[in-house]
Structures are given as C-alpha cells and as structure tokens.
Design a protein around this ligand. Structure first.
Ligand SMILES: Cc1cc2nc3c(=O)[nH]c(=O)nc-3n(C[C@H](O)[C@H](O)[C@H](O)COP(=O)(O)OP(=O)(O)OC[C@H]3O[C@@H](n4cnc5c(N)ncnc54)[C@H](O)[C@@H]3O)c2cc1C
Length: 196
C-alpha cells in the first residue's frame, strides 16, 4: 500500500484532486503527520512520525520540500548556495489591468533603476521586487506601498506580502539505499531560469 504523510493541514486545490485519486487507488494519505525520523535497513524503511507512530514500508520517497527531514535523516548533503539578496512578493486585489490598460498576464519589467515582475493569478495580481542585501525585513515590507506607487499611483489593496530567499542547491545523490528524494527535497534552483 502507498502511504503518504504530509505535515500540513487538509488538502486544497490540485492536492485535493490528487488525494482523491490516490485514495481510490488504495493509497493511505494522512495530513498533520510530520516525519521525525527515518531508519533504513536492507529490507525496507521505518518512518517515525511526530507523535511517535511508526510506519514501515519497502521504499520511502522524500518529497517534503527544500527543508526535507527525510533528506536530513538519510544524511544526504544539500550542496549549493543561497543568494544574498531577498525578493519581496506581494499579492494584490487591485485590478492592475484597469490601471495599466493593455498589460499582458505575465510581465517582466526591466528598468535601469529597478526590475520587477507582474503576474496575473486566478485570484490576484502578484508583484515581485528584488530587494537589497542587509536591510531589515520589516523596513522592506513597510516600503511596499511606496514601491507599488512606482507601478501605478493608486490606493493598493495588499492581500499578502512576504520576503524570501532564493537557493540553488541539489542533493549530492537522489537515492540513499531505499530512500529516494523528489521535488524540492532533491533540488531547488532560482526561478529566473524557468518561471511558470
Ligand atoms: C514565493 C515562491 C514562488 C514560487 N513560484 C513558482 C512558480 O511561479 N512556478 C514554479 O514552477 N515554481 C514556483 N515556486 C517553487 C515551487 O513552489 C516548488 O518548486 C514546489 O512547490 C516544490 O514542490 P514539492 O512538492 O517538492 O515541495 P513543497 O511544495 O515544499 O511540499 C512539501 C510538502 O511536504 C510537507 N512536509 C514538510 N516537512 C515535512 C515532514 N517533516 N513530514 C511530512 N511532511 C512534510 C509540507 O507540508 C508540504 O506539503 C515558487 C516558490 C516560492 C517560495
């Protein structure tokens, strides 16, 4: 039987559709179960969840994101670098298309002083600004309305904003015995090379 442990709460969107499919195919999907420890031996793998429950199986696929506990437990190095600059990403309920008539759904704006990305998502517009090194996160978030003012002068409705760092790292191997690594647990890279 395929068993999937997910640290987060219940499924939404695409995840909900995939969960239904997996359950119909006989899989067992459990939310709110954080992998704490992994033991491997010649015949299989044992996973200990946060509450101490043990799950045994023949193989384990660690698809638990960039900070993968599975990768750490398997002792696989995540080699690479973290870029020093941060990126400020904001979702806005403001209708950018009405402020900038004719704008495309995906826009990379290059300017001698600053570049930015403007993307239409199903519910919002997403705005992304590069952010200088060494400034406090709080100051950068506070500066967001001023920076949005450079896109268009209006009262911006900011639904969400955060700062994140970009990493370029890959596991030095994607398999350690009966443990396999997939997705961000195996490799993360800057989206500049292939943004969706
Ligand atoms: C701000 C931002 C914007 C992005 N934009 C794009 C984009 O436009 N296009 C694009 O292609 N990619 C984008 N990415 C990258 C994309 O989000 C990731 O590559 C993708 O989500 C990786 O999927 P994943 O399933 O490997 O890992 P995640 O999506 O990180 O999923 C990992 C899952 O594992 C669970 N988990 C974590 N730890 C444990 C544990 N110990 N035990 C059990 N479960 C655990 C988590 O709850 C989560 O459900 C963006 C990333 C960021 C941060």
């Amino acid at each position: 039987m395929t068993r999937v442990l997910v640290a987060g709460a219940g499924p939404v969107g695409l995840t909900a559709a995939l969960v239904e499919h997996l359950r119909r195919a006989g899989g067992d999907v459990r939310f709110g179960e954080r992998v704490r420890d992994v033991l491997t031996h010649a015949g299989g793998v044992q996973v200990t969840a946060g509450d101490g429950t043990r799950h045994r199986g023949g193989w384990l696929i660690g698809a638990d994101g960039a900070g993968s506990a599975v990768r750490r437990c398997a002792g696989v190095e995540f080699a690479g670098l973290t870029y020093p600059e941060r990126f400020l990403v904001a979702s806005t309920g403001t209708d950018v298309a009405s402020l900038l008539p004719g704008i495309a759904d995906v826009n990379y704006v290059f300017d001698p002083d600053e570049w930015l990305v403007l993307l239409r998502t199903p519910d919002h517009w997403r705005v992304l600004f590069p952010t200088p090194e060494g400034t406090p996160d709080g100051d950068e978030l506070a500066r967001l309305p001023e920076r949005l003012g450079g896109v268009a002068e209006t009262g911006w409705d900011i639904a969400h904003a955060s700062l994140y760092r970009v990493h370029q790292r890959a596991a030095v191997r994607f398999r350690a015995g009966r443990v396999l690594l997939a997705g961000d647990a195996a490799h993360v890279n800057t989206r500049s090379a292939g943004w969706a």
